[in-house]
Design a protein around this ligand. Sequence first.
Ligand code: AHR
Length: 606
Amino acid sequence: MDLAGELKIPNSSITKAAENFDILGEQSEFYIWLQREQTFTIACTTSAPEANPMNIKRRDFLRSAPLTAAGFALASKYSAGVFAQSADAHIEVVLDEPLGTISPNIYGHFTENLSGVIYDGIWVGEDSKVPNIHGIRKELIDEMRKINPPIVRFPGGCFADSYDWRDGVGPVDKRPRRTNFWAGGESATAPASHRYDPNRFGTNEFVQFCRLLGAQPYLAANVRSLPAEEFYRWVEYCNSPAGSTTVADERAAAGFKDPFNVRYWGVGNEAWGCGGNFTPQAYATEFRRYTTWVPGSSKDLAFIGAGPDGANWEWTRGFFEEMSRKGRGQLHSLYGWALHHYAWNLSRGKTQDWEKGKGDAVNFDPVDWYELMHEGDRMESLIEGHWQIMGEFDPDHHVKLVVDEWGPWYRPGSELTPGDQLEQLPTLRDAVFSGMTLDTFNRHPEKVAVACCAQLINCLNSLYLAHEDKFCVTPVGHVFAMYAAHQNGQSLRSEFSAPSVHYDRDGKPASFWGLRGSTSLHDKQLIVTAVNTNLKDGLEAQIVVRGARVSSGEATVLTASDIHARNTFEQRQAVTPKTEHMQTKGDTLTFRFPAASVTKLDLRLT
Ligand code: AHR
């Protein structure tokens, strides 16, 4: 069936448009056939019964929709003919259409007291033979300093709603041992510190870690099992001036006279599940109670509500509706709304079972590669969808999105340190996944204020792996190093177009986009990052920067001949980025994005 004509989107929303693309995605090809002012008219060829022509605003369309090669050829007919026909792909950057400043905080990290994340990963102890600064692994600090870590979340995750902050402060030899929230999943051979929290690493040590990194602490409070008063006391412990309160004296006695000035506070975690099994309405009531008149709080405290898991629209709607019932002003107590999205279901549509649906971190085939990208790429429509619902109650968008847990989640079996719970071994696939996700955040600077990759070390999508004196940077860690250049830049409207990749999904045709990315401007420096998800083909792309000339450039590429490539304690350099000088010529620039790669172009403009 061929359709052409005016496109209709209920309430003109790009989210709906994105959903329509999703519905039609694998059965359709879209072609732009007319561009008039701010509107594209799109024709699509589709066998999907739901097909409707749609009308999409130019800006939104360019930000989120892929174009087929044929679509691009037609589109470029109306784009002043700037592109040569020989290139496989095109990137067009529009300098004078900034989307907003990229918050450094979207390059944040998540550290939970879970198995080897804290004990063995971050904390080795002052007396350890492992080089350390105040008990914190030195090699980790050295590596993290290279990526400008802006913010670190602690102590969970699910752990947070079982944690009493008082256990982790005060004289070290008096701190109690407690059963860790995650103890049930630990193996019999796991170190005692993974099952029974020694509380050696508490608030003081965490803040010290953040200070060593130059990062802001983001603490998650216990709503499920501690009263609001304990939350107030924790805020007071961290932030009240020296000599002002009893807990400030306790802090000073531990050697920390100056307040920690913690700004970011999570009010619980996953309150729909491990954080208390609340309904959104009940959680909203708790949220109001916990955040009303926090003693000594200044207007600078940023409270973050425990938001949805993936496409749980009812959670967002229910919470915002209930908050607003007391008046819209209530939403002003909320700085951010936490969204969690893990890409875990690699069953190719066969099951929704959390255990059975997961794939393997290191043993995977090309279909698993594209399936993981599909799962991760849902991030864009999740951001759009929750943002739209939030806007119904908060039209000025005072509340931002805080994606404080994201990454792939595989089944157990690939741990570099046997027995480490939830540890997985990141490969090149996870590097491409991470680049794709960070590009998505970059493209939505007005919506996403904070994001934390789950989790920093010895866990899911880790940047680092460590055990005793062994340490390595994973391919994901290298991606963070490459993408740090985007921090604080102006995100620019830009169009990435390339042929989709077609593959066989258990006998059914499926496809995924080939090349996408993000761009940011820093005075005369333009940063372009992109991932080529195509496993077989490199893409020769023509890059046009509208409004400037590129005088010189450098390309940094992360790829490997084997898509399963990863770094280990023995082979620390198996996957590392390579940087080379780029040839620039006039207004246009070409670059070959290798198959299965993450690329950063660092361009100097005149
Ligand atoms: O990151 C592991 C767990 O995943 C976190 O504790 C929880 O918030 C999420 O379900």
